[in-house]
Design a protein around this ligand. Sequence first.
Ligand code: HEC
Length: 131
Amino acid sequence: MNVRSNSVLPRSPTRPALVAIALLCAAGPAGATGNAARGQTLYKGCADCHSIDENGVGPMHKGVVGRKAGSVPGYDYSPDLKNSGIVWSEENLDKWLISPQAMVPETKMFFDVPDAQDRADIIAYLKEKAR
Ligand code: HEC
């Protein structure tokens, strides 16, 4: 029996590198330049739970860029997000979309966007269309 299975090893060195690249991108002003038109298409993935103007599974996104987290009236937030003190700057939205749980461990949003360009495009869309 071969217990020294190496099948997962070749992948592990690339992961930290990707994370490092993602973090480097996030360090600039919103990292990659966002394309709002492309973001609109990508937003369909968010639309299972969110819309711009109405609360659903998730809170409405009207005015989300620059808004205080957990502040939409009538939406039942997790206590952790509500009390997080986060303000949704572009940087924070980028961090959130990398992993909501990494930012707010008890949040009830389970969805992440691993690609930096995708995140930048979604944020550009929110900035333009969800004002
Ligand atoms: C599977 C459902 C689901 C999907 C898909 C989803 N979200 Fe969410 N989202 C939620 C829930 C639920 C919350 C509330 C989290 C809480 O209260 O902890 C939330 C909260 C948020 C918040 C915080 C808003 C506020 O008012 O503080 C932002 C920003 C957000 N989502 C953005 C997005 C974006 C952008 C996408 C698409 C890339 C997305 N979400 C996809 C369910 C989802």
